[in-house]
Design a binder for this molecule. Structure first.
Ligand code: HEC
Length: 102
């Protein structure tokens, strides 16, 4: 019985660790809002499309493209710098967050 309780406690501990490591999309989006606006409703530097209203998977696809250098317009270097350090999980989290904005 004691053993079972220990195993149960250990697995709860592991689960909360996983939860804590999930990237926080809202936090990851803070550096974007200077250009894109707090609700992503602005054309960044008057050049980008308005990101607000895009679907999460579209945003993630474009951000991965910027990171790899396979997507973008004349100012793609700016966006490449923004997402260079973002993992795929970070990109998913920030895209989900942006798509959830009303
Ligand atoms: C320094 C200003 C700046 C910051 C900060 C910035 N962006 Fe951008 N963003 C731009 C510009 C300029 C473009 C258009 C680039 C191009 O020519 O492709 C763009 C394009 C985009 C696009 C593609 C929209 C389109 O035109 O198809 C997405 C999505 C995007 N940004 C999301 C983000 C996210 C998410 C962050 C934060 C991690 C961020 N941006 C931070 C300036 C910025």
């Amino acid at each position: 019985m004691k053993k079972l309780i220990i195993i149960a406690l250990l697995s709860i501990g592991t689960l909360s660790l996983i939860a804590a490591e999930k990237p926080n999309g809202q936090a990851l989006a803070q550096k974007c809002i200077g250009c894109h606006g707090a609700d992503f409703g602005k054309k960044a530097l008057n050049i980008s499309k308005v990101v607000k209203g895009m679907k999460a998977n579209e945003i993630a696809k474009e951000l991965k493209g910027y990171k790899k250098g396979t997507f973008g317009g004349p100012m793609k270097a700016i966006m490449r710098g923004q997402v260079a350090s973002y993992s795929d999980a970070d990109i998913k989290a920030v895209s989900d967050y942006i798509a959830s904005l009303k």
